[in-house]
Design a protein around this ligand. Sequence first.
Ligand code: URA
Length: 434
Amino acid sequence: MNVVDVIAAKRDGKELSELEIRQLVLNYDAGRVPDYQMAAFLMAAYLQGLSLGETIALTRAMVDSGTTLDLSKIAGIKVDKHSSGGVGDKTTLVLVPMLAACGLKVPKMSGRGLGFTGGTLDKLESIPGFTTALNADRFIQQVQHIGAAIAGQTDDLVPADKKIYALRDVTATVDSIPLIAASIMSKKIACSSDIILIDVKVGSGAFMKDLDQARNLSRMLLAVGQSFNRQIVVVITDMNQPLGRAVGNSLEVVEAIDTLKGCGPSDLRELCVQLCGFVLNLVEYSRSDEECAARASAVLDSGDALEVFREIIVAQGGNSRVIEDTSLLPLAQIKEEVASLESGFVEAINCAAIGKASAVLGAGRERKEDRIDPAVGVVVRKKLGDPVERGEVLAEIHANDGERASAARKLIADAYCLGPQQRPGPSLIYEVIR
Ligand code: URA
């Protein structure tokens, strides 16, 4: 294969063969294709797009660049879940125990936060003692015994995606639908579950800013997943405001625990119930969405999902007393309020700016190697459609550094847009594609 010819073909809008894509990816992963050629290819793919066939070939090549998880020792139906990334999205912390409490097996590999979006591993690691570094044997044994495990992805899984993603990050080629679809699906396919739930976030705090983009990505994800014979459901959900109220690692764990206890924010509970229901519907076709959602609600109301969460914490070395006493989680020293300078109704929230405020406080990273502060973050008190009086609190800042708190304050104040009329808040779920 001549790499320059492949780049030129893509630059000119031609369709590449499966072999061309495979060789490019595997040679890049092996260090035989340099970064500058892969960067040129990525930009050509970004500008010209990739067909479904090319996207499937890219996904397959990335999967084959590493090993895949062998889940054959786990009896039962294995379910995986992925979110395209959002602000205050602690769904995994609630949904994984719910799915396991419904009798499904959930071997969940998660990532860390980058930029304004949070990551499940960082959230869980705010629980004292909790480890997300499980080797494959321990991971599989835990799923066999308690139904679920949440761990970091091992280095030998889709190494080509890691290298390509890092290159996309610095070459302005992240927000390409086929590149995102191949990146997400390669990780999900390598994790070998039977059922894959993908939550595609859309709105001011998501990669996908509008519904058309989100639909295109969703259809691509579905088609790629089906080409690997997986059962897949893609749900397009709102990210025009933080999910729940808490943004920041230990703050989000508290909110997830509250939700598992039945006293969390209603949007988080509702989303988890619906998502769990959609998965159950794939398993038990004869049941309606309503029946499946009722079953999902029941594992929250009975406390069964909370018990699975406790078992996960214990199995992964964490202090499960945080469930009864959330003050055992890291707490920030400074708590400040951001008050509104005007009265009205919340018309818009720049959700990415809230995520950035949390990152500025230390809850997120700009670079992969940055350390995070588990205690800090933002709690939004006013959400879309809420009435606000001048002087009322829009959001709380949890900080460990006064200067960072001031920077976050400005971001939060600017993120809120008030108007004279009350408009209904956005739908939680826009579409279900299955
Ligand atoms: N999430 C991923 O895993 N990959 C992307 O390319 C974008 C979001």
